[in-house]
Structures are given as structure tokens and as C-alpha cells.
Design a protein around this ligand. Structure first.
Ligand SMILES: *Cc1c(COP(=O)(O)O)cnc(C)c1O
Length: 390
């Protein structure tokens, strides 16, 4: 079979198979069963008149390239890019905009993205308006003559609000706007935004894609080649690239993505149902619950509900007591790992947000976020039940 036919084949396969057979999983030269780590900053020019494919690792590295092709395949996009962190991916991508341009952003965007827009990009003349994207009228009303892009995050963090992706992208196209979507919570296993018209998908691969709380990385995938060329120029120009070692570690984690997501999601559904009936819990946020306002839209655009459940225990004091009492989950910033992680948005991921804005966005002092790992769900529930006792 020729190489050409091989390439065509792996693109047509189902998701679980693509995770393991993505085109670079066997080293062509040696037959090695994993992508080699090319720990080199530069590459020899054998013939100065015929420069090598790779010449300097900021501009291109074969290990990073394997990862970039891998994520492009999984998201169904044209080109993938790997960055030193999720924020490196997001900030580099925002530099597609220029001074004087405006972006519409979902109001309960990740805390770091909020900080980037309100303390760094604003100084460079890139303007942003935050809107409640569950209300499409607000999105439309935010359009200005200098609007160039729309930034979505769905489900949002940490209140798991749902944005209608296809409705937003078709409106954005009519107005010539670029659409960006942070797909960290869903991963391409549960949601493939490019199929719904999004131009660039972004990831904190530190979370579910890496999956083991041991690598910091970001990824971006462009829907088409032209945007890919522009993002490549920024990635190389800004130098925000992921190292070869980290690229390898991330691919190592990604191979089990489907199995991890399936198991964690099953447990998260059970946890959300259980929390909904608990007397010490005042509210539960999970798109899989029948009373979640965005459930119907979410089910149309996604293949699962994910593994993050947020819930409110009524007050900051109770939240802190809970965080000190739980014994199984890691109490930490972050999510999406093999081990469960319990975090406290008010003092962790959203600490940078002014209190009035935070409260207005439903991120109360009693809100905690549970990222469900691969432990036995009965143990997680028992542990939480003990910690919730007044
Ligand atoms: C963690 C996170 C980020 C930032 O990623 P880093 O890898 O920490 O830089 C961006 N978006 C979402 C939704 C996140 O959870």
C-alpha cells in the first residue's frame, strides 16, 4: 500500500482509532513504537542549496509537528499548533487582531483569558466587550463597526453555561468576523467546533488532553490553510512554542483520551444527580442535568456532557470547610486529570476578576468546581458526603 493511501485511511477512521493511529505513531526510519523526541534546537544543512525541512526548533520541530498534525486530525481542521501553555495559545491567537479592533467575548470566560483581555490586550488597543452568550440578542447588540472577532467558551467555566455555536458562527460569517472557541472542557472527543463553523479552536491541553496533571501545554487548530499560515507566522514570531519533551508527553497522554473522558463523564453524571438531591447543596451546574437551561442546545452540538460539575454550598465559609475536609480529590487549580480535582474559583481561577463582576457572573463565594477523575465514584461520593456534613 502506498503512503498516500495510508494517509487517506487514517483520516476516515473513528475517533478511538485515530487517537492511536494518527500517522506519526510509528517512526518511519526505525519502526519505533512512539514518536521520537527530537531534542535539538537546530538542524544541519547537508546541502546549502537545498535547505532541510526543519531548520530551527522555534520554527519547526518534528516531535512538535507530530503533535500539531495529531490535534488537527482530531479536531477535523487544516493545521494544528502547539504552544507552551493554554494562555500562550490564546494570547498568540488574539494577536491576529490589531490595535483599534474589537472582539466580543463570552462573559464567563476563563479567568486568565479575562485578565489577558482586560490588563494586557486593552493596553495594545484591542478592545473587548463581554456578553452573556446564552442570550444571542446580547451578542448581536455588541457588534460595532470595528468588531473583528467573537470568542466563545462552551460549556463556560465554572458555571457551565452553553453558547449556541452554529447560530453564533453563521451570524459571525455574515458580518465577516473571525470565530474562536476555547474547547478545553469538551475536548474533540465530545465537541468538534470546526464542524459547526468555528475558524480557530483553542485548548488548554494542560487539562483533559494531557490528562495527568504533569504537563503544561496549549493547542490551536485552524479550519483552513490561510488562517493556518497567519497563525504559523505568529507562533514563530512570538516564539510561544511547546518543547519537544512536552510535545511527546502530551501525545502520550492523549492516546487514552476517549477512555478517560468516557469514564469520568459517567461518574460526573452520577455525581451531579447525587448532588442535586443533597440538602447542603443549594445549586448544581452540569449540562447533563434535566433542569440545565442549556441542555437542549448542548446536546445538539456536543457528544457528551463532560467531567466538570460545579455546585454551590451556600457560603464562603461552607466552601472552605468542604475544601479542608475532603480526602480524595486534589484541592487545586486545574481540572481534567486522572485524579479528581476540587477547586475554588472565587480564590483560585477567578481571583483576578473584581468581586462585583465575579458575583454578577454567578461565581459566588459558595461555588466549588469538581473535576471528576478515574477513582471509583462510590468512594468520591462517600468522601464528599462526609465533607459536606455540617
Ligand atoms: C486552564 C485553562 C486555560 C489556560 O490554560 P493554561 O494551560 O493554564 O495556560 C484556558 N482556558 C480554559 C477553559 C482553562 O481551563
Amino acid at each position: 500500500m502506498s503512503n498516500e493511501t495510508n494517509k487517506k485511511n487514517f483520516r476516515d477512521r473513528r475517533f478511538a482509532t485515530k487517537l492511536l493511529h494518527f500517522g506519526a505513531e510509528i517512526d518511519e526510519q526505525t519502526g519505533a513504537s512512539s514518536v521520537p523526541i527530537f531534542q535539538a534546537s537546530t538542524f544541519h544543512h547537508h546541502d546549502i542549496f537545498d535547505p532541510p525541512q526543519y531548520d530551527y526548533s522555534r520554527s519547526g520541530n518534528p516531535t512538535r509537528q507530530a503533535l500539531e498534525d495529531y490535534i488537527a486530525l482530531l479536531e477535523g481542521g487544516a493545521r494544528g499548533f502547539a504552544f507552551a501553555s493554554g494562555m500562550a495559545a490564546i494570547s498568540t491567537t488574539f494577536l491576529l487582531l490589531s490595535a483599534g479592533e474589537h472582539v466580543i467575548v463570552t462573559e464567563d470566560v476563563y479567568g486568565g483569558t479575562y485578565r489577558l483581555l482586560t490588563t494586557i490586550l486593552d493596553r495594545l488597543g484591542i478592545e473587548s466587550t463581554f456578553v452573556d452568550m446564552t442570550n444571542f440578542e446580547e451578542v448581536k447588540a455588541a457588534l460595532k463597526p470595528n468588531t473583528k472577532a467573537v470568542f466563545m467558551e462552551t460549556p463556560s467555566n465554572p458555571t457551565l453555561k452553553i453558547t449556541n455555536i452554529a447560530e453564533t458562527t453563521s451570524w459571525a460569517k455574515e458580518h465577516g468576523l473571525l470565530t474562536l472557541l476555547d474547547n478545553t472542557f469538551m475536548t474533540p472527543y465530545h465537541q468538534r467546533p470546526i464542524e459547526l463553523g468555528v475558524d480557530i479552536v483553542l485548548h488548554s491541553a494542560t487539562k483533559f488532553l494531557g490528562g495527568h496533571s504533569d504537563v503544561l501545554a496549549g493547542l490551536a487548530v485552524t479550519a483552513d490553510e490561510a488562517l493556518g499560515k497567519r497563525l504559523k507566522q505568529l507562533q514563530n514570531g512570538m516564539g510561544t512554542v511547546l518543547s519537544a519533551q512536552e510535545s511527546w508527553l502530551l501525545m502520550r497522554g492523549m492516546k487514552t483520551l476517549q477512555m478517560r473522558m468516557e469514564s469520568s463523564e459517567r461518574s460526573a453524571r452520577r455525581l451531579a444527580e447525587w448532588l442535586s438531591t443533597h440538602s447542603e447543596v443549594t445549586a448544581v451546574f452540569y449540562p447533563g442535568l434535566s433542569n440545565h437551561p442549556g441542555r437542549e442546545i448542548h446536546e445538539k452540538q456536543s457528544l457528551g456532557y463532560g467531567a466538570v460539575v460545579s455546585f454551590d454550598v451556600g457560603s464562603g465559609e461552607r466552601a472552605k470547610a468542604l475544601l479542608n475536609k475532603v480526602q480524595i480529590p486534589l484541592v487545586a487549580v486545574s481540572l481534567g486529570a486522572v485524579e479528581s480535582i476540587l477547586s475554588y474559583p472565587a480564590m483560585m481561577s477567578h481571583a483576578a476578576m473584581p468581586k462585583e463582576i465575579r458575583l454578577a457572573r454567578g461565581i459566588t463565594d459558595g461555588l466549588v468546581r469538581y473535576s471528576v477523575g478515574l477513582e471509583d465514584i462510590e468512594d468520591l461520593i462517600e468522601d464528599l458526603d462526609n465533607a459536606l456534613r455540617p
